[in-house]
Design a protein around this ligand. Structure first.
Ligand code: NAD
Length: 469
């Protein structure tokens, strides 16, 4: 039975006087709206309601669950424009990119359902003596805790497979983007039975309360420091976790690379979403023989990027999500310059939450900026002489999410890619894999993974039922 508007309310506003999460456009300071914070003490009750709802949800067949969720996909298509507008206003993303994110989510919704349905269906494996059936049972109640930089795609990638698997889900979107995430969630909540999907509003405090509650799994996307905390807290209850964490992606430009293509990629992937992307290019290693041309091209392209509020015509780069993030990025640039880096573009004052797209050359791998995630519009270029040095430097980081190698000799570029530690590496392109591949970070960029058939199965308990043949 579809349960419409009542579930569209947050799980629990404090009776009488709720505390509000105020959402503000980081480009203009304009109010976007507000939602009532979920009191941390209300979370155990929400989890209890989820557990009750999960019994009948998991009692449906896989096909019945998917059929209900298909209607959510239709609502998402109908509401895409309005949700994209909210994404742009809440976190400053240029409207074209916001539309790209939401339409990608809407267009991919049915495919995601199909892929999850196949992945979670029983599978038979046999040898001469034994017939075994692998079944994928729900874990129970899952928490999805998500960041602000892709406020629609990040929830979708975890919440949808978790629901298809027969779990109930509590989604806690980022405190920076609660409204657009809620609008996405409402598309599902309006067609799902009551309490199968609930939204918890708040910040770290609500995230911690959710992790501590009686849940079975946490799918977290966010920073490395919060991920470590969640792993420790979840470990005490042996709760399942998937952690998709930060990155410090390398780009290696080989001497035979198409320099125009490599510079265009470096620019796009360093400055997209104002650098606030987990797989942003944050460290560029370019062969000395081609470095002057490459650096000049990246600087020229960076200077040509139009910066401004996300809904202004032709804007390619918006603001940082908040003043704290701006201060963090400026501090990293200032330290890099003090340590000997030179700015070929940017590093100039900008008003409000804006940071000028900045290209730093004369960078060395031991500089502070090469260690911690920047999450801002900064391209750091290091020159190398030997490919072994570039690979060693790229691998020195504890982060290993994505990466890219540009070179005309694809076999050679692939052999370099194989030696990088990153979970995902693109050759002459970004790191995203073909349909059906997981989204996976290695080393301290990830712990478990989601997406693709193997990823969808992480939201289920595999069991093996065997008989003699
Ligand atoms: P964040 O870690 O500050 O917050 C993420 C979410 O976790 C928010 O909802 C927040 O309220 C909550 N939270 C924070 N501390 C918590 C705790 N101790 N316990 C439970 N919940 C907690 O990250 P952010 O600033 O929102 O997002 C940026 C980070 O996310 C970057 O590091 C970026 O690289 C990473 N990220 C990774 C991926 C990926 O796929 N690997 C994708 C997007 C973003």
């Amino acid at each position: 039975m579809p349960h419409a508007s009542p579930t569209a309310a947050p799980i629990s506003a404090a009776p009488g006087h709720p505390t509000w999460l105020e959402s503000v456009d980081p480009a203009t300071g304009e109010d976007v709206g507000r939602v009532p914070v979920t009191p941390a003490e209300a979370i155990p009750l929400a989890v209890h309601r989820a557990r009750v709802a999960q019994r009948s949800w998991s009692g449906m067949t896989l096909a019945e669950r998917v059929s209900i969720l298909r209607s959510a996909g239709e609502l998402l298509v109908q509401r895409s424009e309005a949700i994209a507008d909210l994404v742009s206003r809440e976190m400053g993303k240029p409207i074209a990119d916001a539309k790209g994110e939401v339409s990608h989510a809407a267009a991919g919704f049915n495919e995601l359902l199909d892929e999850a349905m196949v992945a979670l269906a029983p599978e038979v494996r046999e040898d001469k003596a034994t017939h075994s059936t692998l079944v994928f049972d729900p874990l129970g109640v899952c928490a999805a805790i998500t960041p602000w930089n892709f406020p629609v795609l990040m929830p979708q990638e975890c919440v949808v497979p978790a629901l298809v698997a027969g779990n109930a889900v509590l989604l806690k979107p980022s405190e920076e983007t609660p409204i657009c995430a809620f609008e996405w969630a409402k598309c599902l909540m309006e067609v799902l039975p009551a309490d199968v999907l609930q939204v918890v509003f708040g910040d770290e405090a609500q995230g911690k309360a959710l992790v501590a509650a009686d849940i079975d799994m946490i799918a977290f996307t966010g920073s490395r420091s919060a991920g470590k905390h969640i792993l420790e807290a979840a470990g005490r209850g042996l709760k399942r976790v998937i952690l998709e964490l930060g990155g410090k992606d390398p780009l290696i430009v080989l001497p035979d690379a198409d320099l125009e293509a490599a510079a265009a990629f470096a620019t796009r992937n360093s400055f997209r979403n104002a650098g606030q992307v987990c797989v942003s290019t944050e460290r560029i290693y370019v062969h000395r023989s081609i470095a002057p041309t490459f650096e000049a091209k990246v600087a020229e392209k960076a200077k040509a990027l139009k910066q401004g509020p996300g809904r202004e015509e032709g804007v390619a780069i918006g603001p940082m999500v908040n003043a704290r993030q701006k201060a963090h990025v400026l501090r990293q640039i200032e330290t890099a310059v003090a340590e000997g880096a030179k700015a070929m573009a940017g590093n100039e004052p900008r008003p409000g939450n804006f940071v000028a797209p900045t290209v730093l050359v004369n960078v060395t791998n031991d500089m502070t900026i090469m260690r911690e995630e920047t999450f801002g519009p900064v391209a750091c270029i290091v020159r190398y002489d030997e490919i072994d040095h570039a690979i060693r430097w790229a691998n020195e980081s504890p982060y290993a999410l994505g990466g890219a190698v540009f070179g005309a000799d694809v076999a050679q570029a692939e052999s370099v890619a194989r030696r990088l530690h990153s979970g995902m590496v693109g050759i002459n392109r970004g790191c995203g894999g073909a349909k059906g591949t997981p989204w996976v970070g290695a080393k301290q960029s990830g712990y478990g993974y989601h997406s693709g058939p193997d990823g969808h199965r992480q939201f289920a308990q595999v069991r093996v039922i065997s008989r003699a043949k």
